[in-house]
Ligand binder design. Structure first.
Ligand code: ATP
Ligand code: MG
Length: 249
């Protein structure tokens, strides 16, 4: 049975790792390298909401709207159909326009959110702010503005973020992982000469959560979280070593 105090992620196996799901009205950061499945995660979140009668808004800064419909179709989802039902709003915009709309009390966007009863939002992706707002302080302020605007509307928001090598050397791109309530990392791992997908809930403010690293797969229907990865070290760095346990006879 669904946990009424939590918001389901839409990803099979993930809610159990989150102690039942996301915390309502919280900000969730899903961070991963290109192709790890961030957009898929985001789509699963809003489509799951649509199925439960919780309207969703998917904000994308990608330049080609058609590619989102096409990628969704390859996973078995007809976004246009869900949009037509009123349960999903797709917004193709820029970081600058989003910031302005959220800061303007009677903007079209805020009216759409309020009149449409939007409860779930996905922003794909925050990495576009890095290009739009160059200064670290200004970017931090921009993140704060977006996150608090959606929080003010009572929305549970999933922010997708492309992980780059620079994150560890520069000031963590405006302290995003501090601003977010929940941080989920998606990783590629090379294990026994094959690439596997792995997921970790790195932090979850105000809740217990599963701290082990789990496999996940992407296929028709989206991503599915599987078993924990055990007997391996170096999972966070992506350089994996298998632990050989020698038995003494
Ligand atoms: N129908 C499918 N069956 C199996 N795997 C798929 C399918 N559709 C997509 N994938 C996998 O999902 C990955 C892309 O997922 P997604 O677009 O969600 O990643 P992303 O992290 O958003 O990528 P980007 O950083 O490019 O935006 C692809 O690399 C592919 O491996
Ligand atoms: Mg993507």
């Amino acid at each position: 049975m669904a946990d009424l105090m939590r918001v389901s992620s839409g990803v099979p196996g993930l809610d159990a790792m989150l102690g039942g799901g996301y915390i309502p009205q919280s900000a969730i950061l899903v961070r991963g390298a290109p192709g790890t499945g961030k957009t898929t995660f985001g789509l699963q979140f809003v489509l799951d909401g649509a199925r439960q009668g919780q309207a969703g808004l998917f904000v994308t800064f990608e330049e080609f709207p058609q590619s989102l419909y096409r990628d969704a179709a390859s996973l078995g989802w007809d976004l246009a159909e869900v949009e037509a039902s009123g349960a999903l709003h797709l917004l193709f915009t820029s970081p600058e326009v989003l910031l302005t709309s959220l800061a303007t009390p009677d903007s079209n966007l805020l009216r759409r959110i309020q009149q449409g009863g939007v409860q779930r939002v996905v922003v794909d992706s925050l990495s576009h702010f890095t290009r739009a707002v160059r200064d670290d302080h200004a970017r931090r302020r921009a993140y704060h503005q977006v996150i608090s605007a959606f929080r003010r509307e009572g929305i549970t928001a999933v922010y997708l973020d492309e992980e780059g090598r620079a994150d560890y050397t520069r000031q963590e791109r405006g302290g995003l992982s501090f601003i977010a309530d929940t941080l989920i990392m998606l990783r590629y791992l090379e294990i026994d000469s094959a690439i596997q997908r792995a997921l970790l809930v790195l932090k979850m403010r105000g809740s217990a959560h599963n701290t082990s690293i789990h496999r996940y797969t992407i296929g028709p229907g989206g991503s599915v979280v599987g078993e924990p990865l055990t007997g391996l070290s170096g999972l966070l760095s992506g350089l994996v070593e298998r632990h050989l346990i020698s038995t003494v006879r």
